[in-house]
Write a protein that binds this ligand. Structure first.
Ligand code: PLP
Length: 241
């Protein structure tokens, strides 16, 4: 299958999964995760109508954002673990960060976004003057993975809301890798429950959950954003250290 055929197939599977869950398919947004793939592939998907793209590494994001600068309505999403010293670069390129997992990072992003709020409004539109932020939750408590511990979530949400240049929009998680996609479902249900425990959809409208392997399970559990890479772009080349 070609890239565009893969993309259309994923769109169709998203629509079917939404329908099976009794949800409106327009309530689920696809982020095409382009990490490890060249700008040319992004250009091709953009031409097919895709606008939201996810990257996991600040440097790779910066390079592609420069290469594709003429696609002014393309929206970049930072979905990978973010170090504070990369905050300045990232806020110049992305509409949304999905992986805020500490108060220190929230403050740094807030400070950096504030400094360029006017530039962001000019480049991305006034609705993106503020940086959209999702808080990543360590849903299975795996230490090596990113995400805030569940018992520290309330404090981090408040810290994001305290930053005038940030807009809190939701929660994100990456469940443990399991063979059976159905085994990921309890983690997705738990993120939805955490959303309800911390203010519900009014405060946290977005649930960013579900990848190639398990996005249908995530949609059944209420995902509003799915992040799909491999099923669209194919396998990623191994990452050099
Ligand atoms: C790489 C990545 C994805 C996409 O994973 P696929 O399995 O290729 O769909 C989604 N979310 C995050 C946070 C990622 O790092």
């Amino acid at each position: 299958m070609t890239l565009i055929e893969n993309f259309r197939a994923i769109e169709a599977r998203i629509a079917r999964a939404a329908q099976s869950a009794g949800r409106d398919s327009r309530a689920v947004r696809l982020i095409a995760v382009s990490k490890g793939h060249p700008a040319a592939a992004i250009r091709e998907l953009y031409a097919a109508g895709q606008r939201d793209f996810g990257e996991s590494y600040a440097q790779e994001l910066e390079g592609k954002a420069a290469e594709l600068a003429e696609l002014t309505d393309l929206r970049w999403h930072m979905i990978g673990h973010l170090q504070r010293n990369k905050a300045r670069s990232v806020v110049r390129h992305v509409t949304t960060v999905h992986s805020v997992d500490s108060i220190a990072l929230a403050r740094e992003l807030g400070r950096r976004a504030q400094a360029i709020a006017e530039e962001r409004a000019r480049r991305f539109g006034p609705e993106h003057a503020r940086l959209d932020v999702l808080v990543e939750v360590s849903i299975a408590g795996e230490e090596q993975k990113g995400g805030v511990a569940k018992d520290a979530l309330a404090e981090l949400l408040a810290a994001v809301e305290a930053e005038p240049a940030l807009r809190l929009v939701g929660l994100m998680c990456i469940p443990p890798l399991v063979d059976d996609p159905a085994a990921a479902r309890p983690y997705f249900d738990e993120l939805a429950a955490l959303r309800d425990a911390h203010g519900g959809p009014e405060r946290l409208p977005e649930l960013s959950m579900g990848m190639t392997h398990d996005f249908e399970q995530a949609i059944a559990a209420g995902a509003t954003i799915v992040r799909v890479g491999t099923a669209i772009f194919g396998e990623r080349p191994p990452r050099r250290a």
